[in-house]
Design a protein around this ligand. Structure first.
Ligand code: GUN
Length: 300
């Protein structure tokens, strides 16, 4: 069997079109233009690339984009004051501070300073709790994107055996909560899990989010299973020339794609979904702030 390739890039493009339609409706029917504010502290090149993509895609769907670039040595209080002023602004419906922040700034203070109603990353504990019990609100972007791809591939997830490999607060834990909400039977595996291969081999769905390049192997996967690879790892690629690198996921793609039913590639799988889901969350927070029912096609 050769697995079907799940085209996250194409799905994300479709999702952005749906977001753009909702933006248009908010403007024409309610006179509201959703606004997303992005804060970046310092000059980390990878963060710069992410933040520029976020700002560009925000504008492309017709939202207002507000970008704040702060110096590497900005006092923590200045970042907190900026967040507080954005919390108060009516034209800002979503706020995110790109992580990591420099060491002198406490990441948790940043997350807690952000109004939960504008927390489009869904990092605030109150929003994490809402995800767990199924209340409306933003949903962590990468798990939401993974869930959308799974639903699109499999339809109803009810009763499926799902294994999430990785228990991070950002991906593993919220992914498990979302799968459980969809009535999957969920196992969360992690670095202390015994006989991971056997646990994965019983799964209809494997979500790999461990951050270890090509760890999930072909003989761990049940024939026909759906594999979602959240990992983005840069490894040396001497075959491409001296000093060259390439991106790989947490799944050994060439082997696993011989047995899986469907698989997300890296790049081009879950990655493109993350920013599209950030925009979807901004629609959700805009609607909730204005007493409008959030669109069901943009959330869990
Ligand atoms: N850094 C890496 N990924 C993310 C993300 O999803 N949100 C924020 N705020 N920072 C990040």
């Amino acid at each position: 069997m050769t697995a079907k390739i799940i085209d996250g890039k194409a799905f994300a493009a479709g999702l952005r079109l749906r977001v753009a339609e909702h933006v248009e409706r908010l403007k024409s029917e309610h006179g509201i233009t959703p606004g997303l504010a992005v804060i970046i502290v310092g000059h980390d090149p990878a963060s710069q690339v992410y933040v520029n993509s976020k700002a560009k895609q925000t504008q492309e769907v017709g939202m207002n984009s507000f970008k704040y670039e702060l110096a590497e040595d900005v006092p923590e209080q200045e970042v907190l004051d900026l967040i507080e002023s954005l919390n108060q602004r009516e034209d800002v419906h979503g706020i995110l501070c790109q992580l990591p922040v420099p060491k002198h700034i406490d990441e948790n203070k940043i997350i807690e300073a952000l109004s939960p109603a504008k927390d489009v990353d869904c990092f605030n504990p109150s929003n994490v709790g809402k995800v767990a019990i199924g209340l409306p609100g933003p949903v962590p972007c990468t798990p939401l994107g993974s869930l959308m791809l799974l639903r699109d591939e499999l339809g109803d997830l009810s009763g499926k055996n799902a294994v999430v490999v990785g228990r991070s607060n950002l991906v593993g834990k919220p992914m498990a909560a979302l799968l459980l909400r969809d009535s999957a039977t969920v196992t969360v595996a992690h670095s202390r899990t015994k006989d991971l291969a056997a646990i994965c081999a019983a799964a209809d769905i494997v979500v790999a989010a461990v951050g270890r390049p090509q760890m999930i192997k072909k003989d761990w996967i049940k024939p026909g299973a759906t594999v979602i690879d959240v990992g983005i790892n840069r490894i040396d690629a001497p075959e491409r020339g001296e000093g060259k690198t390439r991106l790989v996921g947490d799944v050994d793609y060439s082997g696993v794609s011989e047995v899986a039913g469907a698989i997300t590639p890296v790049p081009g799988g879950v990655g493109p979904m993350t920013i599209a889901c950030l925009l979807a969350n901004t629609i959700t927070t805009t609607c909730l702030a204005n007493g409008i029912e959030p669109p069901s096609d943009l959330t869990a």
